[in-house]
Ligand binder design. Structure first.
Ligand code: UDX
Length: 473
C-alpha cells in the first residue's frame, strides 16, 4: 500500500522584523490547521526572538512545528538597518542559500511546499530541484510590489531613470495606476541615474523570478486592492490574498495579539496611554529598518511639540546613526523639553499592535511600512505618512489619494509641515479621517472573518497545501 505523504511546508522569510512577523503569523495559522511547518530564521533574528518574545515557547504548542536557523553571513556587530539591506541580501545568497538547499534535500519529512520571500531568487531553482511548488510571499504591499514588477517596463519605456528633476510628473507605465502615481511615489531607488544600481539589479532579478512561482501570497484583502491584484494576476494567476494577517490570526484563534518583536517592548507606554483622553495621542514610529538624521529627528520633534498634540514616540536604537541613545534629549531648546515632559512619551520599542488598538491613540505618524499600515487600518487610525524606502512611497500615496485615510508627507521633513499635518489629522479634519478609517477597518475585519475574502483564500491555501493540489508548472 502506498503511504500518503504528509504535507510539510518550509517557510523562509526575509530576515527583517516586518516579514518575519508576518510569516510567523501565517506559520501559526498553518500549524493550527495541523500542517507540519519548518520555519527558517537567520541566527541573528532567532536569537532576538528568543531574547525578546515568547515565540519559541509559544510554538512548542504545535508538535509539528520547528524552527531551523542559518547564518546571514554578516558579522554579529554589523547593523541590519535599511542601509545594509543590499549587503544582507548578497551575503544571504552566498552563505544561507546553499544551507537552505541542503536542508530541503535532506529533510527527514520530505518538504511538499515551499513559501519564501520573493527576493530569494535562489528558491526557484531549489523548488524545481526537489520538485515541489513554490509560493512567493512578498510581505510588502501589492501596490508597491506591482510597481516593482513593472520596473522592466518603466526602464524600457524610458520613464526610469527620470529624464529631469520634476518629481510631480505622472507615471504612465504602471497599468492600473495611471492618474495616481507620480515619479515621487515610485520606490525611492527609482530616483537613481544609474541603471546598474545594485537595488535596481536586485529588483529586476526578482521581477524575472516571480512569474516562475506556482503562486503568490499577499498580506492584503480584496476590498482594499482588488484592481492591483487583478493586474498582478496577469503575471501570476494564482494569488492568495490572506491579510491583514495579524487580524486574521486573532480572528481564527479568538485571542489577543502575540508578540514577535525583535526588540524589547517597553510596556510603560501603555500605562501612559491609559492616562490620556480618548483619541488624543498621535503615535510616531519609523518601523524596524528606517533611519533618520539628527536634523530630521529635531524637525519632527519641534513639529510634534508645536502642534500641541500629545504624542507617543518610538525611537528605535540605531535609528539615528551616530547617536548613541535616541531616547536622550539632543540639545533641545527649553520649549521642546517642556512640551515633551507635558505631552510626550518616548520609548525605544513599543507593543505596536496594542498601542494602535488603544482608545487614546487617534492617529499614526508612520514610515508607511506595510505591516504598520495594515495594523493602523485594522484599528481605524488615520495616518500621516513619512515614507523612507521601498514600497513605502507607493503606500503613502495610496493612503492619501486612493484609500483617503490620511496625509502623505513624503519628501518633506520640516517642523512646520509636521505641525500642520498633525493638527489636520488630529484636529481640523479629524472626523472626516476617522469616518473613512472606520469604514476601512470594518472592511478589513470582515475580510478575515468567516465568509470574508481573506478567510476564504486562507481556507483554500490550507486545503491546497494539505491535498497537494498546487500544480507545478
Ligand atoms: C519592512 C519595509 O520597511 C516595509 O516597507 C515593508 O512594507 C515591510 O518590510 P519594517 O520597517 O519592518 O518593514 O516596517 P513594517 O512593515 O511596518 O513592520 C514593522 C513591524 O514592527 C510592525 O509589525 C510593527 O507592529 C512592529 N513594531 C514597530 C513594533 O512591534 N514596535 C515598534 O515600536 C515598532
Amino acid at each position: 500500500m502506498q503511504h500518503e505523504r504528509e504535507a510539510h511546508v518550509f517557510i523562509f522569510p526575509l530576515p527583517v522584523q516586518g516579514p518575519v512577523n508576518c510569516m510567523l503569523k501565517l506559520a501559526e495559522i498553518l500549524s493550527i490547521n495541523q500542517i507540519k511547518v519548518t520555519f527558517l530564521n537567520t541566527d541573528y533574528i532567532h536569537q532576538r526572538l528568543i531574547t525578546h518574545t515568547d515565540a519559541p515557547i509559544r510554538f512548542r504548542n504545535y508538535p509539528d512545528f520547528c524552527f531551523r536557523t542559518v547564518p546571514d553571513g554578516l558579522p554579529e556587530e554589523n547593523p541590519r538597518t535599511s542601509t545594509e539591506i543590499g549587503n544582507l541580501l548578497e551575503s544571504m545568497d552566498a552563505s544561507a542559500a546553499p544551507i537552505f538547499r541542503e536542508m530541503l534535500l535532506t529533510a527527514e519529512t520530505p518538504v511538499t511546499c515551499l513559501i519564501a520571500d520573493g527576493v530569494f531568487a535562489f528558491a526557484t531553482d531549489v523548488a524545481a530541484e526537489i520538485g515541489v511548488p513554490l509560493l512567493y510571499f512578498d510581505t510588502v504591499s501589492p501596490c508597491g510590489f506591482w510597481t516593482l514588477l513593472c520596473l522592466p517596463k518603466l526602464i524600457q519605456a524610458g520613464e526610469v531613470p527620470f529624464k529631469d528633476g520634476n518629481l510631480d510628473e505622472m507615471i504612465t507605465n504602471v497599468p492600473g495606476m495611471e492618474g495616481i502615481i507620480r515619479r515621487r511615489d515610485l520606490p525611492s531607488f527609482c530616483r537613481t541615474n544609474d541603471i546598474n544600481d545594485r537595488r535596481i539589479r536586485l529588483i529586476l532579478r526578482e521581477a524575472e523570478h516571480i512569474p516562475l512561482a506556482q503562486g503568490l501570497i499577499f498580506n492584503t484583502f480584496n476590498n482594499l486592492e482588488a484592481p492591483i491584484l487583478a493586474q498582478i494576476r496577469t503575471i501570476c494567476p494564482n494569488i492568495y490574498a490572506i491579510g491583514p494577517l495579524h487580524a486574521h490570526l486573532k480572528s481564527r484563534e479568538a485571542r489577543p495579539a502575540t508578540s514577535n518583536s525583535i526588540w524589547e517592548e517597553d510596556r510603560s507606554c501603555i500605562s501612559w496611554l491609559d492616562k490620556q483622553p480618548s483619541k488624543s495621542v498621535v503615535y510616531v514610529s519609523i518601523g524596524s529598518l528606517a533611519v533618520m538624521t539628527k536634523d530630521q529627528m529635531c524637525e519632527i520633534w519641534h513639529g510634534l511639540v508645536n502642534s500641541g498634540v500629545r504624542f507617543l514616540w518610538v525611537r528605535r536604537p540605531g535609528s539615528v546613526p551616530g547617536c548613541s541613545d535616541e531616547t536622550e534629549i539632543l540639545s533641545p531648546d527649553q520649549d521642546v523639553t517642556r512640551g515633551t515632559e507635558e505631552r510626550g512619551c518616548i520609548v525605544r520599542w513599543a507593543p505596536q499592535e496594542e498601542v494602535l488598538a488603544h482608545p487614546a491613540v487617534g492617529g499614526f505618524l508612520t514610515h508607511s511600512g506595510w505591516n504598520s499600515t495594515l495594523e493602523s487600518m485594522v484599528e481605524g487610525k488615520p495616518m500621516i505618512c513619512r515614507p523612507y524606502f521601498l514600497d513605502q512611497h507607493v503606500n503613502s500615496r495610496y493612503v492619501e489619494a486612493v484609500w483617503k485615510v490620511g496625509l502623505d508627507m513624503k519628501d518633506s521633513c520640516d517642523r512646520a509641515v509636521v505641525e500642520k499635518m498633525v493638527r489636520e489629522v488630529m484636529e481640523s479634519r479629524k472626523d472626516e479621517f476617522l469616518e473613512v478609517a472606520e469604514e476601512v477597518a470594518e472592511s478589513a475585519r470582515a475580510a478575515v472573518s468567516p465568509g470574508g475574502s481573506s478567510f476564504a483564500d486562507m481556507d483554500l491555501l490550507i486545503e491546497e497545501i494539505k491535498t497537494m493540489k498546487i500544480a507545478i508548472k
